[in-house]
Design a protein around this ligand. Sequence first.
Ligand code: ADP
Ligand code: TRP
Length: 319
Amino acid sequence: MRIVSGIQSSGPLHLGNYYGAVRQFIDLQVQGEALYFVANLHALTSVRDGRLARELARETAVALVALGVDPSGAILFRQSDIPEILELYWILGTLVPLSHLERAHGYKDKITRGMRPDFGLFAYPVLMAADILLYGADVVPVGRDQIQHIEFARDWATTFNATYGPILKLPEARVQAATAVVPGIDGQKMSKSYDNTIDLFGHGAEIEKRIATIKTDSTPVDAPKPIESSPLYELLKLMLPEPDFREVDRTWREGGKGYGEYKKILLDGFHAAFDAARARHAELSRDPGEVERILAQGAARAREIAAPIIGRVREAVGL
Ligand code: ADP
Ligand code: TRP
């Protein structure tokens, strides 16, 4: 089984990225041949500062390794190190109906949030399809918001194959149902565009502050707490080990504990879950040469996998 996924280097990784995407990368990497990349070409749609873009690409790679992507097994690379992606992107683009791109949720959401409707944003799903089809992916682990993009990739691969012969493999999306949408501190979907994130590698004080400001209601300490639409409850459920959460769930339903206490439990839970990764992150950040070496090796392996596929594509379309 070949597993392919990417994560945009458009900002620091947060809990939503971890539980929605990265955790699946880590679970899946032992089940097949995994290719994971830092989608720094996609990130150019939102980061317009060269120095920052370069820094975020490296930072995202460091974060993935710190969290448990194992570069001795999984192939970890930077998207821009694979020129074949842009070649396939163009070739696929010649077959993509504009109507598909016009109904892309990702594009529409971004425009609604105030991003400029430029060509890069519009063409984003085509680049993403190239990312997936170039390596003959079987499975693509993603968050729920990305499913439509995987469906587009399947559609366009089908059109390509009908036009030129059976060359591209149809990928399948893999979404972890239990954690499909991680809430942010305000109760909306956690996203860097809503400024409601808890960043995995932020300063301790910042994390404490973010957790302290998680939205709660005015239920008195003694009363049972409502479960519906409580981001604090959801985050505790995600982050605590099962037996600890069972205890929280019991008192939550019975009453007797205030939200402040639960926030303290969540903060401890955060540190228990991520302090080891945070220590590895600090260590790797001091050694940029090591990360570059991992990425260079990953790119060489990824290009080897891509070579026969792009070769057949070139041949079929007449290049
Ligand atoms: P952001 O919304 O912060 O810009 P991205 O769009 O870069 O995050 O998401 C990167 C990956 O993390 C995607 O696979 C996405 O589905 C997943 N993801 C992001 N936020 C969440 C969330 N709140 N819940 C679940 N998955 C998420
Ligand atoms: N669009 C994805 C996101 O926002 C990142 C991404 C780029 C990706 N190319 C991909 C994910 C290919 C899976 C497969 O998170």
